[in-house]
Ligand binder design. Structure first.
Ligand SMILES: Nc1ncnc2c1ncn2[C@@H]1O[C@H](COP(=O)(O)OP(=O)(O)OP(=O)(O)O)[C@@H](O)[C@H]1O
Length: 226
């Protein structure tokens, strides 16, 4: 599903590469944690996967798309094909939970009739049945993140990227969000998650890729935070 081969990214005003000659292969349906100290290069890897940055060297493929060779005009559609969840939720404040989720369908041109059918289903799936007409400020942080997960999943993406999705949540709420991501992963969606949350990594026991100084220092199936 994901192939990074010899990938190097050196930002212009940085004195060393943020990511250097990394090689990663991730299969369809895998759940992978990227861990490592601050500045290790984890977010850079996410940005490279989303084509927000391009590598100086190496090849990146996601599904059957060669991300490094993707034409500029194809980038927005490529990004929309990937589900994304962030630490700060990034919901539209003046849209309800249902409208936030529906928005992900609107931007890919799905008819309203599809949204009317699918949005309640996916909000129910994330445990927000009954709260679909609340605005983000009327929801708790955990509930907002559930909306963000619903929005990321509503298009049934092959890949879901989560950058510190539990970073703003208390431990119990974090575990609930992880249960949700785990369920999504079992539908065959590949999940790549960047985290500093050792409890979560130790509880989930999934593949752990540890990054340090732009390099992969550990790649372990059913790993722990270490
Ligand atoms: N746009 C940029 N220009 C120059 N240097 C950058 C840029 N973005 C990131 N870097 C540098 O690249 C390195 C890796 O940063 P990155 O954000 O990938 O780390 P990270 O592992 O995600 O850290 P954190 O856990 O704090 O989010 C750091 O040294 C950072 O200063």
């Amino acid at each position: 599903m994901i192939q990074l081969e010899g990938v190097t990214k050196h930002y212009p005003r940085s004195n060393r590469p943020s990511v250097e000659d990394i090689n990663v292969f991730i299969d369809k349906g895998e759940f992978v944690f990227f861990i490592g100290p601050t500045g290790a290069g984890k977010s850079t890897i996410i940005k490279l996967l989303l084509r927000e940055e391009v590598p100086d060297k190496g090849k990146i493929a996601v599904g059957d798309i060669d991300v490094t060779k993707l034409r500029r005009w194809k980038v927005p559609a490529y990004r929309r094909s990937i589900g994304c969840v962030f630490q700060d939720f990034r919901l539209l404040p003046n849209r309800t939970a249902a409208e936030n989720v529906a928005f992900a369908l609107e931007v890919i041109g799905k008819p309203r009739s599809v949204a009317r059918r699918v949005v309640p289903e996916v909000l129910e799936l994330v445990g927000l049945g009954g709260k679909e007409h609340r605005y983000p400020h009327e929801l708790s942080g955990g509930e907002q993140q559930r909306v963000a997960v619903a929005r990321a999943f509503v298009n049934r993406p092959l890949l879901l990227l989560a950058d510190e999705p539990t970073g703003n949540l208390d431990p119990d709420t974090s575990i609930e969000i992880m249960r949700l991501l785990d369920r999504i992963s079992r539908t065959g969606t590949t999940i790549v998650m960047v985290t500093h949350d050792s409890n979560i990594v130790n509880q989930m026991r999934r593949r752990v890729i540890e990054v340090e100084n732009g390099q992969i220092v550990r790649d372990q199936s059913r790993g722990v935070y270490g």
